[in-house]
Design a protein around this ligand. Structure first.
Ligand code: UDP
Length: 326
């Protein structure tokens, strides 16, 4: 699908998902500006595009009013991906998580609102919280834990972003889309912030034990980043998507123990599996989600989206990237 906007701003474009989206948009002939403070993202993620004539990197935070105002002004449409990300970071830096996610989104929406620029806000499957009624549908209730547990600050901050985006749509007719991303994985994702597949892959390649938290019976549904960015671009191209919330994910629910086994097999590794209690892994009274599966009917009806890559391909691509990097 060709993309209808010529000049696009991607906040958080130096991050893992952002950098893949930037490549995708440049391939389509867009001019792309990235606004990123390089906190969890890195300039290295943009190596493949840095010399492209349609590309510009502005190193600044989404909390920087002036930088956001200038970048939003230059753009025809905004993908707002900048956020504090990863369960480990959230547990360790709750103040930064809340400020970046709430104030950053508020700033981007306010400036986009002045000129009526379309904004896609990247949200997360975390907002479904600990409900176990899979698959999760966009209209389902969310079930969050007590506020003394930092983990829920992330879901809550992202929910606030969703409410604010939808409020701009209702009150100011600002074209907004909310995309709830489910466990997106692929090359360039780092295990530093806790993400399971890059962690398992680097452990397997080093021959170290794979650290399965809890008993590994918890499940997730992983989505290849190439599918995720196709979905984001498709949503932004579809006027019918404005003012609505969409799940973006893969299919095939899998237990974390099974993921560990598949990574060991695919990497032909001699690694063993080590079970680590949650309290030890996260240093707090931690609540993990037992199951997480997206219902993809809504996005399929809206833009014909279907994930094209399975877990085997995700693992293969992450292994190839890690080997390449080493
Ligand atoms: N996990 C694990 N070992 C690790 C990192 C994560 O067993 O080294 C588990 C984690 O407890 C969760 C799942 O893998 O059940 C996915 O974790 P991730 O942080 O990638 O994403 P989440 O779904 O928690 O946002």
């Amino acid at each position: 699908m060709s993309f209808p906007f010529r000049h696009v701003l991607v906040t958080g474009g130096a991050g893992f998902i952002g950098s893949h989206l930037v490549e995708r948009l440049l391939r389509d002939g867009c001019r792309v500006e990235v606004l990123d403070d390089l906190s969890t993202g890195s300039a290295g993620n943009l190596e493949t595009v840095e010399s492209h004539e349609g590309f510009r990197l502005t190193v600044a935070s989404v909390l920087d009013e002036q930088a956001v105002a200038v970048a939003v002004d230059r753009a025809d449409a905004v993908f707002h991906l900048a956020a504090a990300v990863g369960v480990r970071l959230i547990v360790e830096n709750p103040v930064r998580t809340i400020e970046t996610n709430v104030t950053g989104t508020e700033t981007v929406l306010r400036h986009a609102g002045k000129k009526g620029k379309p904004v896609l806000v990247a949200s997360t499957s975390e907002v479904y919280g600990k409900q176990n009624n899979v698959p999760f549908g966009e209209e389902d209730d969310v079930v969050l834990g007590a506020s003394r547990r930092p983990r829920w600050a992330y879901a809550c901050s992202k929910l606030m972003d969703e409410f604010l985006a939808l409020a701009h749509f209702r009150e100011n007719k600002l074209p907004v889309i909310v995309a709830r991303l489910f466990n997106t994985v692929g090359p360039r994702q780092t295990g530093t912030y806790g993400m399971v597949i890059p962690r398992f892959v680097s452990q397997a390649l080093r021959g170290e034990p794979l650290t399965v938290y809890g008993d590994g019976s918890q499940t997730r549904t992983f989505c290849h980043v190439a599918d995720a960015v196709e979905a984001l671009a498709g949503l932004m191209s579809t006027a019918d998507a404005y003012g609505r919330v969409f799940n973006v994910g893969g299919d095939g629910e899998v237990s974390i123990l099974e993921v560990a086994r598949q990574v060991i097999a695919a990497a032909q590794s001699s690694s063993t599996i080590e079970f680590v209690p949650f309290e030890k892994a996260y240093n707090e009274e931690f609540e993990d989600m037992q199951r997480r599966v997206p219902c993809l009917r809504k996005i399929e009806n809206a833009i014909g989206y279907r994930p094209r890559h399975d877990l085997r391909k995700v693992i293969e691509d992450v292994i190839a990237w890690e080997r390449d990097r080493a």
